[in-house]
Design a protein around this ligand. Structure first.
Ligand code: ADP
Length: 222
């Protein structure tokens, strides 16, 4: 039997209606991320990347199609169910870096872990060690440098040991050396079995990906 996909999207449709105008943000998007695979999603502004991420994270409901995470259906379920599945199976790394500014790095991780009531989460020390922030555990998020913020955000996104990590420009605004260290962390997480879907404009991220899909006008371009 085939291994269960970390993430599977089947024929996603999403429309927006604004002032009588209808925008087809997603028009039949399908994709699969295997455990341990890194998939990069690229596309121009307005091509549907944010809408796709929201649907894959269960933060938005597609009008058509479905999303499965670790074989479990995420779409077309009550919001509370989606939230539970997200807390247990999905890591979300947004451009805002997922951090509460007035909490320390360690407190931010604890907060993410409290949302996940299942056992099997990585220890906080291990997470901090993994992103090289052991000595910054008690620093407030507001005190961190850009590179430290990116690494702390990643630790928070991984705090629930997700089946799949959804990342929006994880290396945006970072210089080359810091970008390289974040890419190494992401690659290591994939090697440990997490599926990664990364929306990016960065050629360096695309280079480390196992596969790349191009979104154009809400569709996967051939
Ligand atoms: P990207 O992230 O690639 O820039 P988006 O997913 O943000 O693309 O947008 C896809 C399309 O959907 C665009 O045409 C955008 O204008 C439209 N869109 C996105 N969000 C909304 C919204 N809340 N209301 C109306 N149209 C939207």
């Amino acid at each position: 039997m085939d291994k269960v996909a970390a993430l599977e999207a089947q024929d996603l449709y999403r429309f927006y209606r604004a002032g009588g105008e209808e925008t087809l943000a997603l028009r039949g998007v399908s994709l699969t991320v295997a455990p341990g695979e890194v998939l990069a999603v690229v596309g121009p502004s307005g091509s549907g990347k944010s809408t796709l991420l929201s649907c894959l994270a269960g933060l938005d409901e597609p009008a058509g199609g479905r999303v499965l995470v670790g074989g479990e259906q995420l779409t077309h379920r009550p919001e509370a169910d989606r939230a539970r599945i997200r807390a247990r199976r999905i890591g979300v790394l947004m451009q805002t870096r997922n951090l509460v500014a007035h909490l320390t790095v360690a407190q931010n991780i604890r907060l993410a872990q409290q949302l996940n009531l299942e056992s099997g989460v990585l220890g906080r020390e291990e997470l901090l060690e993994g992103v090289g922030l052991r000595d910054r555990a008690n620093a407030y998020a507001s005190e961190l440098s850009g590179g430290e913020l990116a690494r702390a955000g990643l630790a928070v996104a991984l705090a629930n040991t997700p089946d799949v990590l959804l990342a929006d420009e994880p290396t945006g605004e970072l210089d080359g050396a810091v970008e390289t260290s974040i890419l190494e962390l992401l690659r290591a997480r994939a090697t440990a079995g997490t599926g990664l879907l990364i929306v990016t404009h960065s050629p360096a991220v695309v280079r480390v990906a196992d596969s790349v899909i191009h979104l154009r006008d809400g569709q996967v371009a051939a």
